[in-house]
Ligand binder design. Structure first.
Ligand SMILES: [Zn+2]
Ligand SMILES: [Zn+2]
Length: 596
């Protein structure tokens, strides 16, 4: 894989004698795989030079993919000047975060309105396709791309790109969720910062926003940018091989950037990380890794672009008794046109969830009459009354958030106070959009930590075993289905212990149907997946084509549900009562095998 920087600057282009070495253009990175696929990461002013170079190359520029992190000016202003888009016969795909209400295409067209620009998007003569993204994975040519939301005052995606046996992460315009991490250090377990660290981990090259230093940060808190201390420490913890500091502050001249690099290298010196500051011009070769590394979990070829499930109306319950915090959150939700419900104590919040079924709940940790975590437990324990899916976010002071991350099961996320309205707005957007792909929001069961312990206590080998395979064979014959599986659900993945009719690599828990099955004791039957909320799950359209699903939880000897026995077919069907009974019976037999 080859990487070349065409723009490295943040916020605004800064041409001049003081930025000659690292470059003055805003964000634009060219990536090429061995097969010749072309990816463009962001289209800041650097895209002009890249576009000219691609056009000169003729054949190679016919087809490519532009991945936009977010639509702030410094990441899109080069798009109307990107020459390959004006060449008839070219095929270009533009990807970026899906907004609430407005499509990526409309947002990008906004900067080309008559008042600001003489050319309209209609004049792009290349064949152009826009793809609205949420979090997930998809494939373009021979490249696998995984996305994750960043912390920035606009909905922003980081991209993890895997091709040619190497991994590149592009994460720019991101601020630590917990402000104390701007000084560096280890993120607390279970929070968004830890999740971000995992997203970078084990990459061969990480290109990351390092606009500020720890000393500068307090003046720019909430602007949505990282410090080099935060980034270097995450890279060290994640065994990243090479780190390219990026999104250079426009006030930072070349000599000052040299000092910044020296500082980052000193901080990383104990670890074998190659730290550099991104500079316009030279081509970076990322060699295929020689030493054996743990393979990343395989994600089925799936496209999560354009999540169709756009509910007509979204409702947010804000159960926060502090009037000022509540007002900030309400203003943030109102700015995106969400309908707002309010509650000032735990009992009335529960009533609202039961009666109005909001699409998102924000609850104060110390809410009167029980508090957010207790509210969460009630909701998760009684899914018949409150629904299985509502994302529940606990709002608390930063210090309290850190304390509760490990202990509060069933919580979707935390919102640390104090926070600005624009910060809250971006987070609320992300939670709503994650929910838009409803299959992604399978909550974890209330007994999750003990459940994982029970699963690991079974000491099951990952390899297939005849003593399980005979049961999936029997199940397939008994129910006349092409596929029968025994799946185990661990912290992040579904592992297939036995498969009849389909070899299945581990899939992310988000995508697993069985992760939903283990939430209840009884058979989960989806007679027609395409007409169910799982319809936009990639598993229902990929090679596997899950149209019918029926699963029943498998319980470990100590009573925790660790996995499921499931049946899959490629056309809709329905089990009768006798068949549901047989499925339960078979699960009990398999459980005895699990216990052995
Ligand atoms: Zn930026
Ligand atoms: Zn930005």
């Amino acid at each position: 894989m080859q990487v070349r920087f065409w723009g490295t600057r943040g916020s605004i282009a800064k041409a001049g004698p003081s930025t000659v070495r690292y470059g003055g253009n805003t964000s634009c990175v060219e990536v090429r795989t061995a097969s010749g696929a072309v990816l463009v990461l962001d289209c800041g002013t650097g895209a002009h030079g890249l576009g000219q170079a691609l056009v000169r190359e003729q054949g190679a520029a016919r087809r490519g993919h532009v991945l936009i992190s977010h639509t702030h000016w410094d990441h899109i202003q080069g798009l109307p000047f990107f020459a390959p888009l004006f060449q008839p016969g070219n095929e270009w795909h533009v990807y970026g975060p899906q907004g609430l209400g407005r499509s990526l295409r409309d947002v990008l067209a906004g900067q080309m309105e008559y008042t600001y620009f003489p050319i309209t998007p209609a004049e792009f003569s290349a064949n152009l396709a826009y793809h609205d993204l949420v979090e997930g994975s998809f494939e373009v040519d021979d490249i696998r791309v995984t996305t994750q939301y960043l912390n920035h005052p606009a909905l922003t995606l980081a991209y993890r790109i895997e091709a040619d046996g190497v991994t590149l992460v592009y994460a720019t315009d991101h601020e630590p969720h917990l402000a104390r991490l701007a000084d560096g250090g280890t993120p607390p377990h279970g929070g968004e910062d830890e999740k971000h660290g995992r997203f970078l981990a084990d990459a061969d090259l990480v290109i990351h926003d390092t606009q500020y230093t720890a000393e500068e940060y307090p003046r720019y808190r909430g602007w949505g940018h990282s410090t080099l201390e935060y980034v270097v420490d995450l890279a060290r913890a994640g065994s990243v091989r090479r780190l390219a500091m990026f999104h250079h502050d426009p006030n930072r001249h070349d000599d000052a950037l040299d000092q910044l690099v020296a500082r980052a290298r000193a901080r990383a010196h104990a670890d074998p990380i190659d730290v550099l500051a991104a500079a316009e011009g030279p081509v970076l070769e990322i060699p295929r890794r020689r030493s054996a590394v743990a393979p990343l979990p395989s994600i089925p070829a799936a496209t999560v672009t354009a999540c169709q499930a756009e509910p007509a109306e979204r409702t947010v319950l804000i159960a926060v008794d502090d009037a000022r915090v509540s007002a900030t959150l309400q203003a943030a939700a109102a700015a995106d046109g969400l309908r707002i419900l309010a509650a000032c104590d735990t009992a009335s919040a529960l009533r609202v969830i039961r009666d109005a079924r909001p699409s998102l709940v924000l609850a104060a940790r110390d809410l009167e009459g029980g508090g957010g975590p207790a509210l969460c437990r009630s909701v998760r324990d009684d899914q018949d009354s409150y629904g299985a899916e509502v994302p529940l976010v606990i709002v608390a002071a930063a210090a309290a958030v850190e304390g509760s991350m490990t202990s509060d099961a069933g919580v979707t996320d935390w919102l640390a106070l104090p926070c600005s309205e624009i910060y809250a707005r971006t987070r609320i957007r992300a939670w709503c959009l994650r929910r838009a792909c409803r299959w992604r929001q399978v909550p974890k069961p209330a007994d999750e930590p003990a459940r994982l312990q029970a699963l690991h206590g079974l000491h099951l080998a990952p390899e297939p075993e005849e003593r399980f395979d005979r049961h999936t064979r029997i199940a397939a014959a008994l129910f006349n289905v092409p596929i029968a599986l025994i799946n185990l659900i661990d912290d992040e993945h579904q592992w297939t212990k036995s498969n009849h009719g389909c070899p299945l690599a581990p899939v992310p828990r988000d995508m697993s149907f069985c992760a939903r099955t283990i939430l209840g004791p009884d058979v989960l039957e989806i007679s027609d997946v395409w007409n169910h909320e799982f319809g936009d799950n990639p598993m229902s359209h990929g090679d596997l084509s899950v149209r019918f699903y029926a699963g029943v939880a498998l319980t470990a000897p100590d009573g925790h549900r660790v996995g499921s026995l499931c049946l899959v077919d490629d056309h809709p069907r329905r089990l009768d009562e006798r068949q549901r009974g047989l499925l339960r019976d078979l699960a009990r037999v398999i459980e005895r095998e699990l216990a052995r």
